[in-house]
Design a protein around this ligand. Structure first.
Ligand code: AMP
Length: 174
């Protein structure tokens, strides 16, 4: 699928969920079986030679393709969830949002030092959510951490939050 076709099939919802936000509705990609399969392929093509052992999906839109990507890469899947949702022992990281703070958690036994981790989310905006997960994953001291988004809103410069050598890949830059 060309990037242009991808772009034209992405639905933009103005003023959702609040006025001023141009919401990128990725469900308009996922509803089409060819697009869905091609998106999984596009992501996996980037990482297929990198020895990924765990895919971390960020709640909630990072869960949608996260599992499919993990299966295709022959890796395990780890959910990074909002505070209080995971049933076993967790480690957590808090981060600032526009209003107040949020906390994200991963099960304490979900990642080990021999892992090569791919963290996946749907969209990079300010980068705050991914930065919290990136820090959290690094506390497990895995061999390597890669970051992946389907969409990057380049104007918001979220990518600049990450240390310069961090490998950040996106399928579509807008
Ligand atoms: P941020 O922490 O600012 O990078 O925000 C990233 C999270 O917010 C992602 O998980 C997205 O699901 C969601 N998000 C932020 N802005 C948008 C947008 N314009 N359209 C769709 N989702 C968004």
């Amino acid at each position: 699928m060309s990037k242009e076709r991808l772009k034209s099939s992405l639905r933009n919802i103005p003023d959702f969920p609040i006025k001023g936000v141009q919401f990128k509705d990725i469900t308009s990609w996922f509803v089409n079986k060819e697009h869905l399969a091609e998106l999984v392929d596009l992501v996996c093509d980037i990482y297929k030679e990198r020895g990924i052992t765990k895919v971390v999906g960020i709640e909630s839109r990072g869960f949608i393709l996260g599992g499919a990507i993990a299966v295709k890469l022959g890796a395990g899947f780890v959910p990074a969830r909002k505070s209080g949702k995971l049933p076993s022992e967790t480690i957590s990281e808090s981060y600032n949002k526009e209003y107040g703070t949020d906390t994200i958690e991963i099960h304490k036994d979900a990642i080990v030092e021999s892992d090569i981790v791919l963290v996946h989310d749907d969209l990079l905006a300010t980068g705050g959510t991914m930065l919290a997960v990136y820090r959290l994953v690094n506390r497990f001291s895995p061999k390597k951490v890669y970051l992946n988004f389907l969409i990057e809103l380049t104007e918001l410069k979220g990518r600049e939050l990450f240390p310069p050598k961090t490998e950040v890949d996106t399928i579509l830059s807008l």
